[in-house]
Design a protein around this ligand. Structure first.
Ligand code: GAR
Length: 238
């Protein structure tokens, strides 16, 4: 793999597993990754946004991580914007690109540049509720369980191989806001646990399959109450 790098994204330790994180807004998932980095075997090499006022950029800068916003309106087409964005991402020499609350749909060309090395966190138990307004749609459908998924990104929206999920109950009286808060609290350990195992080289994408320690997963991993990933519901502590 050719690594482009420039002085904006210093490579302090070539042995570190490097993340580029994309975020459009609040950045609480980014914050979880920043907080866990010292114990989880990765460094965050750069944070990238499509919005100059994203709180995620402030979180990155506070942590001493290079942060860059590109304006989609300054580019003629989606393809041009993604090409510029992913040129900047390439310059950070990431091993993994993490979409953590990045709210633009990536072009096929951008996804192809990082095939097998780009993941997304999505606030639903995929394949249920791809796209937007997941919490309101889960409530409208009378779901009794909801949650979040981490999956490899493929060109089709929210449709890539699922690495792991965190489940939460839907409670009587829930609103989209209360449900979203319950899910978000589990997104943070879910994303950290997935990135930890990716950095350790335990997870790989193989076409539509996810390999754990070189074996295809029969079903997505599940986040337990211990904030660790497990291969079956039976292995999860109550
Ligand atoms: C998170 O709930 C994430 O799952 C969702 O946006 C939120 C970002 O929160 N992502 C998507 O909906 C992507 N389709 P954050 O900025 O606080 O991490």
């Amino acid at each position: 793999m050719i690594r482009l790098s420039d002085s904006r994204f210093p490579i302090a330790d070539s042995r570190s597993y490097r993340l580029a994180v994309l975020a459009s807004g609040r950045g609480s998932n980014l914050q979880a990754l920043l907080d866990a980095a010292p114990d989880s075997g990765y460094v965050i090499a750069g944070v990238f946004s499509d919005r100059a006022n994203a709180q995620a950029l402030d979180r990155a800068r506070t942590a001493g991580v290079p942060a860059l916003a590109l304006d989609p309106k300054a580019h003629a087409t989606r393809e041009d914007f993604d090409a510029a964005l992913f040129d900047s991402i390439d310059a950070a020499a990431p091993d993994l690109v993490v979409c953590a609350g990045y709210l633009r749909i990536l072009t096929h060309a951008a996804v192809a540049r990082f095939e097998g090395r780009i993941i997304n966190i999505h606030p639903s138990l995929l394949p249920k509720f791809p796209g937007l307004r997941t919490h309101a749609r889960a409530l409208a459908d009378g779901e009794t369980e909801h949650g979040a998924s981490v999956h490899y990104v493929i060109p089709a929206l929210d449709a890539g191989p699922i690495i792991a999920q965190a489940r939460v109950p839907v409670l009587p009286g829930d609103t989209p806001a209360t449900l979203s808060e319950r899910v978000l609290a589990r997104e943070h350990p879910l994303l950290v646990a997935c990135v930890h195992w990716l950095a350790a080289g335990r997870l790989l994408q193989n076409g539509s399959a996810v390999l754990l320690d070189s074996r295809p997963l029969a079903a997505p991993l599940l986040l337990g109450a211990d904030d660790q990933l497990h291969e079956s519901a039976e292995a999860i502590s109550p």
